[in-house]
Design a protein around this ligand. Structure first.
Ligand SMILES: *Cc1c(COP(=O)(O)O)cnc(C)c1O
Length: 237
């Protein structure tokens, strides 16, 4: 856990600065600022600093680890704001995330989708999820190849207890601006394709992409949720 090292005012200013950059990026792309949600990636932060930040202009919190999410929820760190799961999720851990996270961003396999669906059925709920796309086949990252999307969607549509709400991706950190923008643009195209297929019980309108170093580009390329950590909370210790 990192120390609280920003004052309340500093935290407020940092969040306001991110908001302003987000709004300007949206306007540059001819979009409305309110079309884009700010997801604060709060991994490794204490409940105290998360609660402090929750009083400011953050839409949702993004959690990477199931145990941290459970702790933060128990300690009312989000002040009632929604919590999303954005980290890598193991099939055997879904029962602690389904029903707790409003949206699971990181569904990168049929196996995981199936486990989520079964757990949601057990709980009697419908779980919203995003499909994670691994556009350039990075071994180190979860996600399906774009060519696999149609078959995963067909499978997803048969599961009555999950609803695919869109796509998520994490571009390789080594890419520069042009490549990263290209990556985001490809993802937006894939999203357009997905929308045009009109799958039943699927309402894809969320495109989750962009982090501290890339959220402005992501918004210009069509993101509807950006997940940012360091620009809000500082470098992770
Ligand atoms: C940590 C994390 C982020 C935010 O990264 P920053 O570089 O701190 O903005 C976004 N998405 C995921 C999946 C993460 O794990």
């Amino acid at each position: 856990m990192s120390e609280v090292y920003f004052t309340n005012q500093e935290l407020k200013d940092r969040i306001a600065a991110v908001r302003e950059k987000m709004a300007n990026a949206a306007l540059r792309a001819g979009r409305k600022p309110e079309e884009v949600l700010l997801c604060a990636a709060c991994k490794a932060q204490s409940s105290e600093i998360i609660r402090q930040s929750a009083a400011f202009d953050i839409d949702v919190f993004g959690e990477n680890r199931m145990q941290e999410m459970a702790l933060h929820l128990q300690e009312n760190a989000f002040l009632g704001k929604p919590c999303h799961f954005i980290g890598r999720l193991q099939t055997n851990k879904v029962k602690n995330v389904v029903g707790q996270a409003e949206l699971i961003h990181s569904v990168g396999s049929g196996r995981l989708l199936s486990a989520i669906s079964k757990e949601a059925e057990k709980q009697g709920i419908i779980q919203d999820v995003l499909i994670q796309i691994n556009l350039v086949g990075e071994e180190s990252k979860a996600g399906i190849a774009p060519e696999e999307l149609d078959s995963l969607m067909e499978y997803a549509c048969e599961q009555k207890t999950v609803r695919v709400s869109g796509l998520m991706a994490i571009p390789p950190a080594s890419m520069g601006e042009q490549e990263t923008r290209g990556y985001f643009a490809s993802l937006r195209n894939l999203m357009e394709q997905l929308k045009s297929r009109s799958y039943p019980n699927c309402n894809p309108d969320i495109l989750s992409m962009g982090m501290s170093d890339s959220y402005e580009w992501a918004i210009e390329e069509g993101a509807t949720i950006v997940r940012v950590g360091r620009v809000i909370y500082g470098e992770r210790l």
